[in-house]
Design a protein around this ligand. Structure first.
Ligand code: PA5
Length: 428
């Protein structure tokens, strides 16, 4: 379901304008084919090139030995795998895969309770120099050594990194920790490699299904006609809406198990699109998330009557409609209870989504709905590629590079400056 139906009148986009964007995307479409066919390293080649047998063989070996898995990494080195585990991981399983993507000291304290004998640690960093990931690893290392014996630590750690000169590679070599190569693809685009798929496989995710869906969508996104090409069509629609003042990409997942899709997407979209174009103009659409139905009780007021600066994406699972307990007939005499009785909680969930979407459409607030069944690995694979292609389409139309992130470096430099100042103050 796309933006066209709801984006009408002054808030709308016209079909002919959308089709016209197709001509501006000829060059990109060529590159998409080159990427898909693996002639240059890229996210679009990963579904065809990632060696799943290798991941499964390693994963099976690890599953025989460990029941607990911890992933250290940040940004692209964490969000994709975490999303796959949340959306598709086997629930109520003995195995547990947990992601630590921050250096909040209170959260990290919970690592004190880890039974390292039962645990495999996967440390992921493309550059191998990321401060947070190195800090996480180096602070747990002494605990692991105490519990396992220094000579056994390497059996409990795997490293995924690309940069041979990076600190993580050096540490791995010194401690004889096995290293899995990180592909030459940027962090936020790398989920369909060992980075995302190894943790996912350990959590019981059907990684074959994910890759099948990803390949199918990659092929669709190489279609010549923009009307047949969902990545080009949807990306161009979002670009036109942004040009029309809808510069906030407001997502609303109606499924607790799909919330991390939005977290992953926010990184992809923000880090890829928020930058200066060649004329020095500040570009980008701000990706934000509100949770259905919870945030209907707060943010929906703003969405309906506030500024019309948003384009909405609903993420839903139609199978949730029939899920859940029936609401009992008790207290049916009370007016607030009566409309609920006999319905499943899934029906209430679905009715609330339909109501919210309709109120937005009535006001001409552009929205689209992405529907996928719970636990549908194929659909998640399709969705990952669709959103990645949409991102590069918007970047192309805005005239910016979707794969760099020049501004985030500035904060890293300042972090190091503050660390040095703290050292001086503490006399270190
Ligand atoms: O997409 C990106 O480039 C970033 O978000 C990185 O994934 C993030 O900064 C982590 O980098 P690294 O994998 O080098 O530790």
């Amino acid at each position: 379901d796309n933006f066209m139906a709801s984006a009408v009148g002054e808030h709308g986009i016209r079909e002919e304008d959308l089709i016209a964007q197709g001509d501006r995307l000829d060059g990109l479409r060529e590159r998409l084919r080159i990427w898909r066919d693996g002639k240059e390293p890229s996210f679009l080649g990963l579904p065809f090139q990632t060696d799943l047998d290798e991941i499964k063989t390693l994963g099976n070996r690890m599953l025989k030995r460990f029941t607990r898995f911890i992933v250290f990494g940040i940004g692209g080195s964490s969000l994709g795998g975490n999303m796959l585990v949340q959306t598709l991981g086997r629930r109520n399983d003995r195995r547990r895969v947990r992601f630590y993507d921050n250096v909040d000291p209170i959260t990290l304290e919970s690592l004190d309770r880890i039974d390292w004998n039962e645990t495999l640690l996967i440390v992921i960093s493309k550059s191998g120099n990321t401060a947070e990931t190195i800090a996480q690893f180096l602070t747990v290392l002494p605990r692991m050594e105490r519990e396992l014996g220094a000579q056994c630590v390497h059996e409990h750690v795997l490293v995924i990194t690309e940069e041979p000169k990076g600190a993580l590679q050096q540490i791995a070599e010194r401690l004889e920790i096995p290293v899995i190569p990180h592909p030459a693809v940027g962090g936020r685009y790398v989920v369909l490699s060992a980075v995302g798929l190894l943790p996912a496989y350990l959590a019981g995710v059907d990684i074959d299904g994910v890759m099948e869906g990803a390949r199918a969508m990659a092929d669709r996104c190489c279609q010549k006609d923009i009307r047949e090409n969902p990545g080009l069509w949807q990306g161009a629609a979002q670009y036109l809406l942004a040009e029309n003042g809808k510069t906030i990409s407001q997502w609303m997942p109606y499924s607790d198990h799909l919330t991390l899709v939005v977290d992953w997407y926010r990184q992809l979209w923000a880090e890829s699109l928020g930058k200066h174009d060649p004329q020095g103009r500040e570009r980008g659409l701000t990706p934000v998330s509100a949770k259905g139905v919870t945030d209907q009780h707060s943010q929906l007021q703003l969405f309906l009557d506030g500024p019309s600066d948003k384009q909405f994406t609903f993420l839903t699972s139609p199978d949730l409609l029939t899920a859940g307990e029936r609401i009992p007939t008790r207290f049916a005499d009370l007016p607030a209870v009566k409309p609920l009785v006999g319905h499943t909680t899934g029906e209430l969930f679905g009715a609330e989504f339909l109501g919210t979407r309709e109120t937005l459409s009535r006001r001409g607030r552009p929205n689209r709905t992405l529907s996928l069944l719970q636990g549908d690995a194929f659909a998640i694979g399709e969705l990952i590629i669709l959103l990645e292609v949409e991102t590069v389409v918007v970047a192309e139309l805005m005239g910016i590079d979707a794969f760099d992130q020049p501004a985030v470096e500035e904060s890293k430099v300042l972090t190091r400056k503050y660390l040095d100042e703290m050292k001086t103050i503490r006399g270190l």
